[in-house]
Design a protein around this ligand. Structure first.
Ligand code: PLP
Length: 455
């Protein structure tokens, strides 16, 4: 017969595997070995015909799957901007997985709605955003950017007497989009998905750190959406919000800030100068799963214009009854949604203001340590390490590719390829709170050995 939720053995088996994984993760290869990857072929099996043994399903998943994971929680994974995981966030998620809540409305999950309200307030406080800011709990920044730009589209067109929801885009008044050359690919994707057309983007050149050149931003007006960035995905640089948000506000433009990992600088006493002026923007996208180290997937759209956000995302139907209390689907594109706020709430409830500051500042300090040690070991550091990103180069560009291959196959650490100022670099993103000073030293040694292996 079917396995039951009360069959604790199954869950004990899973937690046993999970603990075994956690115990070994710091010493196993950071990237799966060739043989572990080859073993994934075992999953290429026909759909089973008959009811199976759940214990065997889990056993296979652990035996074949666990060794083929990227050791993201171990402290020496520096790819993308992936982040590790704060244990209490993961533990809270385990518990909430048993709840299996669906969170469109207050009535479908009072506990999730309550935690969303509380967490929304905490985020305003931590990031220094205006009192009226609302939060939508989405899967990540890609979705958050889409929501923020949809709110901008709704409001900017509405001010010109156009209802985008009813009238659509055909024949709509002009909507200008101004963005820096270094805007993230997901921003460009959102512009495309919203039917605004990437050809219509008025591109502004960036300085040598990837910051939009404020003096080259064209005149702004009430038909303009200005897209800025807190944390360039390569260099970690921040745009000049103070100058640009003020100018946008005077012109009646809408500002969206893509702060996927960088917005958290606002929660660090020593780094918050980087985000000065963000409180004048209209919408923001930020991830929990990157800098804050919540489990995946966890992103947020924050918007100071609640009506524009819910106007852009609202759905109706005879069985959807919005209530007096918080209905989460007003602020997200989805209807059914898991209670991802739980792990975010738990992480913030545990860390508090001081803990978040320490986490964010710690990533910066490890990045600085890494840059200094790499520099001392003869590598070239190509960016100003203002946050968590370090771009490592060699005098001879042709050596970067073999260097990366040697680093990645060492299993000691993992970093990805990048291009900066038209030159190839190794892109190191320090974004896990599990990364210690010793991890940084070990990583630098791995880089040095890899370079030596090139002869
Ligand atoms: C990661 C990232 C995104 C996309 O975020 P997801 O959470 O992966 O959807 C957007 N912008 C920047 C700057 C990023 O670093």
């Amino acid at each position: 017969m079917f396995a039951q939720m009360q069959d604790k053995q199954l869950f004990e088996q899973a937690s046993g595997y999970a603990f075994e994984y956690a115990d070994q993760v710091r010493e196993r290869p950071v990237y799966p070995s060739e043989s572990s990857l080859a073993a994934l072929g075992e999953f290429d099996a026909p759909l089973p015909e008959h009811l199976g043994d759940p214990a065997l399903v889990l056993q296979q998943l652990h035996r074949v799957g666990s060794p083929a994971t990227v050791a993201q929680i171990g402290g020496r994974y520096f790819g993308m901007v992936n982040g590790g995981v704060v244990p209490v966030g993961l533990a809270a998620r385990w518990l909430s997985d048993f709840w299996d809540q669906n969170t469109p409305l207050y009535v479908t999950s009072p506990v999730a709605a309550t935690l969303e309200t509380v967490t929304e307030g905490w985020l305003r406080e931590l990031l220094g955003l205006p009192e009226q800011t609302v939060a939508g709990f989405v899967s990540g920044s890609s979705m958050a950017i889409l929501c923020g730009l949809a709110a901008a589209r709704f409001r900017l067109l509405q001010r010109q007497g156009w209802d985008i929801n009813r009238q659509g885009l055909a024949g709509a008044p002009t909507l200008r989009i101004v963005a820096g050359r270094h805007a993230h690919g997901t921003v460009i994707k959102a512009v495309a998905m919203l039917g605004l057309g990437t050809d219509s983007i008025e591109w502004v050149d960036a300085d040598d750190q990837g910051r939009i050149l404020a003096e080259q931003v064209p005149p702004l007006d009430a038909q303009t959406l200005l897209i800025l960035q807190a944390g360039n995905v390569n260099s970690g640089a921040f745009d000049d919000f103070q100058t640009l948000c003020r100018r946008a506000r005077e012109a009646g433009s809408w500002v969206h800030i893509d702060g996927a990992f960088g917005l958290w600088a606002a929660a660090s006493e020593s780094l918050k100068h980087l985000t000065a002026g963000i409180e004048l923007a209209d919408s923001f996208s930020v991830d929990g799963h990157k800098t804050l180290n919540t489990p995946y997937d966890n992103g947020l759209v924050l918007c100071t214009d609640a009506e524009a956000l819910s106007g852009a995302l609202q759905a109706s139907g005879s069985y959807i009854l919005y209530g007096e209390q918080r209905d989460g689907m007003l602020y997200t594109p989805e209807m059914s949604r898991r209670a991802r706020v739980v792990e975010l709430w738990a992480t913030l409830a545990y860390l508090g203001r001081e803990g978040v500051d320490q986490l964010v500042t710690g990533l910066h300090l490890r990045a600085r340590q890494l840059a200094e040690s790499m520099g001392a070991a003869g590598f070239e550091i190509r960016n100003e390490v203002v946050f968590n990103q370090v771009l490592v180069g060699l005098a001879d560009d042709s050596q970067i590719e073999p260097l990366l291959a040697a680093i990645q196959s060492s299993g000691e650490c993992w970093a990805g390829a990048g291009r900066w100022q038209d030159r190839p670099v190794v892109r190191v993103s320090v974004c896990s709170w599990a990364t210690t000073e010793a991890d940084v030293e070990r990583t630098v040694r791995a880089f040095v050995s890899a370079r030596e292996s090139l002869g």
